[in-house]
Design a protein around this ligand. Structure first.
Ligand code: PLP
Length: 424
């Protein structure tokens, strides 16, 4: 720590390693004391309106009483118990409820504790599905440019190769083909040609349906997903939807796949699954995927089992979150947020350097030609009283689905004002 800036000691951070940050140059993070609703209260007393919902998890806002009650009740009964050889009601109930909410056919739930691991499990399922059927050459997943599926080694290999860490870890990451989504006639032709030539090397196709989130909030439409389903059916490939970001109302329907009328063979869920309170993820497989593992041969079992798999506290909270989706008008709230985002972000369209403004469900995006000084822009949002986290060349809002109209108006106004000042 010889050349550590004094601020690190002063603010009590000599031991923490922060995510996605060059520790030497990053500005010190803000200390948070409390949260409530759509508000983040800083240790110094300032209160920020939250435009991000803690990486898209806090769909009911922070500290929702029903979620807190569920944690308390489960804490008294059983905070955790291993899932190997033991099961419990919160997990069984959650699995039953998730399969009832998902499109028919997705009926086997494997719980894990983070989105990346849920995707790893989906990848493992897809590859082993073929191995169990005696096909050894199908070890690759077809993934898409602009995609993001996590930071672990297996998932890094299916992220966008330019934005992901492919070049840094060249030679270490597994090689999966990553091509353009079939959004245009040209890319659809290239996609079809790719499958004609290589489908027999593939286990499946992996995509974030309707919006590629961390890759830049890139939208595509339902027709693209139907194209993927048709192609997967044609070549017998498994179609995997990563709904870790899009699941639980974010795009306007409970799951994005509903808007395309497409049922994937495997779906991954996390983030808003617990209403933003506990770490939990699920990989849900269709009956036919599960069948490939159903055997007298022990080697055909799915060899995975994280220590905190199906943590009862997290499952109880997820059940409470599903109660809120059932009892409260969350999708109507998303529709209202969507309309407010369209209207509130519209003035950004005319600003110099703004390339695109787009909205899908409770996701509002302003894409710029470039952001020169990202840290300075972030600081200006904080100074404006909002928590907005621009990345790469986009400024986006993904507020809690419960945000009230006034707070949302303050958020969109802050985006317009800060970007306008930035472009002067
Ligand atoms: N998949 C998608 C679509 C995501 O957006 C993310 C996280 O942003 C992940 C996977 C990885 O989830 P986690 O950060 O919980 O590992």
């Amino acid at each position: 720590m010889a050349d550590a800036p004094p601020g690190w000691y002063v603010s009590g951070l000599p031991h923490i390693w922060l995510p996605y940050n060059q520790m030497k140059t990053t500005p010190p993070p803000l200390a948070v004391a409390r949260t409530h609703g759509s508000r983040i209260v800083l240790a110094d007393g300032r209160e920020l309106i939250d435009g991000i919902a803690s990486w898209w998890t806090a769909c009911h806002g922070y500290n929702h009483p029903a979620i807190r009650d569920a944690v308390r009740a489960q804490l008294d009964a059983m905070p955790h118990v291993m899932f190997g050889g033991l099961v419990h009601e919160p997990a069984l109930t959650l699995a039953r409820r998730l399969t009832a909410l998902l499109p028919a056919g997705l009926d086997r739930v494997f719980f894990t504790d983070s989105g990346s691991v849920a995707v790893e499990v989906a990848m493992k399922m897809a590859v082993q599905y073929w191995l169990n059927r005696g096909e050894r050459g199908r070890t690759r997943l077809l993934a898409f440019k602009g995609g993001y599926h996590g930071d672990t080694f297996a998932t890094m290999a299916v992220c966008d190769p330019d934005e992901g860490m492919h070049s840094l870890f060249a030679g270490v990451l597994a090689e999966h083909p990553v091509i353009a989504l079939p959004c245009t006639e040209e890319s659809a032709d290239a996609f079809d040609r790719f499958l004609e030539q290589h489908a027999d090397t593939l286990a499946g196709i992996l995509v974030e349906p309707l919006v590629q989130g961390a890759g830049g909030m890139l939208l595509h439409n339902a027709a693209v997903l139907r194209h993927l389903r048709r192609a997967a059916d044609k070549y017998g490939l498994l179609l995997i939807f990563d709904e870790i970001f899009t699941g639980f109302g974010r795009t306007g329907t409970l799951f994005a796949c509903e808007q395309a009328g497409v049922t994937p063979d495997i779906i991954t869920l996390s983030k808003a699954l617990t209403g933003g309170t506990m770490a939990l993820a699920a990989t849900v497989a269709s009956h036919s995927v599960f069948e490939a593992f159903w055997s007298d041969d022990k080697l055909h079992a799915l060899m995975h089992g994280p220590t905190y798999m199906a943590n009862p506290l997290a499952c109880a909270v997820a059940n409470a979150s599903l109660d809120l989706f059932a009892q409260q008008p969350r999708l109507a709230q998303v529709a209202a947020i969507s309309a407010a985002l369209v209207q509130g972000l519209a003035p950004c369209r005319g600003l110099p350097g703004v390339r695109d403004v787009r909205v899908l469900g409770a996701i509002g995006v302003v894409e710029l030609d470039r952001i020169e000084a990202l840290d300075a822009l972030k600081a200006r949002f904080v100074a404006a009283g909002v928590w907005v986290r621009p990345f790469r060349n986009i400024v986006y809002l993904t507020p809690a689905l419960t945000i009230d109209a006034d707070d949302l108006a303050l958020l969109t106004r802050a985006v317009v004002t800060v970007l306008r000042a930035d472009k002067k």
